[in-house]
Design a protein around this ligand. Structure first.
Ligand SMILES: *Cc1c(COP(=O)(O)O)cnc(C)c1O
Length: 451
């Protein structure tokens, strides 16, 4: 029997090239058979096509055509964030250059739990995380799988530095924060009202005045539902006044840091003890590309951990970098490579203009909605999210319109409940979207709304 080729080593590139041709061809053909932003027919039709393509999951004899067949099936059945009408979530279309870099990460397979598995990747990670932390006004940053893990780590570091902290967050905060409090066995979080989607500083002041013991205030820079930015300087003042630790979840809004035009809207970010950033949102990275930035690097001592086979004391004393304390994970892929390549290939100007561009698209879409008599706009977009609804429709109709578009495979829109009503949500992250696409999206929604 001939052994399957490896991705790295001297034969790696030659073995990969024809396989990559197969993959790229299958991606193109799969997308062509889908023909829209997501597959038509709903979950049952999609599942049936996948089952057909897969057949026997573990056949007795292997099938070399499975690479083509499964990539084709995945592409045919995907919601493609590169399609302008796929705009539901903070689900970005990844940049080609970041994806190409990620291929190299797969090939070399460095693992960031010990220096002897990642000699160059560990240094690259140290350089890039420090640079990104500086960008956010912090001192260091850990690489995470995304905002959820970053938020969990933020709560863990707070607990380790203050004892059992109580989380105080807005009702607009990401669900992963209260879930992390549950996971870590922290006291029941205090959830402060967020009228119109923004944490209310007066309500926060009242809550803080009535609480004793160590507190962790969590603010949001770019809410998941509406892209709204909490009043960070006021929240930072209140937290400092009450001796509370401050975490800012900038999983979405952190991308504004790259833009000269929008950066000032994150004033106050640098006053947080910890900051969640997520470059698989406004950063155009393939998943995963999360970061947790920390103001005081000493906070990271809480994660120090020894395992003789990875970071023995004598190895560390002899100068081998100790990486295990940079994550709660052990084996860890070099997600930093694609990030580093993107930062350098695009530069601040390139990334900033992508951010500016999607923010401008949101303003343009909001203008279309506002000038259309059949629609109601929630508010001027703060980042690149637009909430809108067919005027005078019931919540049930709004929900049904979204599902109709999904099941027909014609558009992917999200939903958000705000001010007691259900809204359609367009999260615009695709810089290649054109004004004509936005008009087409609105027409589709209008055509799917029963009168
Ligand atoms: C997306 C998001 C998260 C969670 O990030 P994941 O990468 O999905 O884990 C956390 N907070 C906010 C504000 C988000 O928008």
């Amino acid at each position: 029997m001939s052994l399957p080729p490896l991705a790295s080593g001297p034969q790696g590139p030659a073995a990969l090239r024809p396989l990559l041709d197969t993959v790229l061809h299958a991606l193109r053909e799969g997308a062509r058979s889908r023909g829209g932003p997501l597959p038509a027919g709903g979950p049952q039709a999609v599942a049936a096509r996948v089952r057909d393509a897969v057949g026997d999951v573990l056949p007795q004899e292997g099938d070399p055509d499975a690479l083509r067949a499964l990539v084709h099936a995945l592409a045919e059945g995907s919601a493609d964030p590169a399609d302008p009408l796929c705009a539901a979530h903070l689900h970005c279309p990844p940049l080609a250059v970041a994806t190409a870099a990620d291929l190299a990460a797969c090939v070399l397979n460095p693992s960031l739990d010990s220096w002897d598995q990642a000699p160059a990747a560990s240094e690259l990670e140290a350089l890039v995380t420090r640079a990104l932390a500086t960008e956010a006004g912090a001192a260091d940053a850990l690489v995470t799988t995304g905002g959820t893990e970053s938020n969990q780590l933020a709560l863990l570091l707070a607990r380790e530095s203050h004892g059992s902290v109580r989380l105080v967050c807005g009702s607009n905060a990401h669900h992963s924060l209260t879930r992390a409090a549950w996971l870590l066995g922290l006291p029941e979080p205090v959830v402060v009202p967020a009228p119109r989607g923004i944490l209310d500083p007066a309500a926060l002041a009242t809550a803080l005045a009535g609480l004793t013991g160590p507190l962790l205030v969590a603010a949001t820079a770019g809410t998941t539902d509406a892209g709204l930015i909490d009043p960070l300087p006021e929240i930072a003042d209140l937290s400092a006044h009450h001796g509370a630790r401050l975490h800012i979840d900038a999983a979405y809004g952190g991308g504004l840091l790259f833009s000269d035009h929008h950066r000032a809207r994150l004033t106050g970010l640098d006053r947080a003890h910890t900051i969640t950033l997520d470059l698989h949102k406004l950063g155009w990275q393939p998943v995963a590309a999360g970061l947790l930035a920390v103001h005081d690097p000493h906070d990271l001592h809480a994660l120090r951990h020894r395992a003789d086979y990875l970071n023995a004391d004598d190895d560390t004393e002899a100068g081998l970098p100790d990486l295990l304390g940079r994550s709660l994970r052990t084996t860890r892929r070099p997600d930093i490579l694609k990030i580093a390549v993107t930062l350098k290939v695009l530069g601040r100007t390139g990334l900033g203009s992508l951010t500016d561009h999607v923010c401008a698209l949101a303003q343009e879409f909001a203008r279309l909605v506002r000038s259309h008599p059949a629609f109601e706009l929630h508010d001027r977009p703060a980042i690149s999210t637009v909430l809108f609804r067919p005027a005078a429709a019931s919540d049930e109709t709004v929900a049904a319109v979204r599902r109709t578009l999904l099941l027909d495979g014609r558009a992917v829109l999200g939903r958000a409940r705000l001010d007691g009503r259900l809204w359609l949500k367009a999260t615009l992250l695709n810089p290649h979207t054109r004004p004509g696409d936005l008009a087409a999206l609105l027409n589709l929604v209008e055509g799917s709304t029963p009168r």
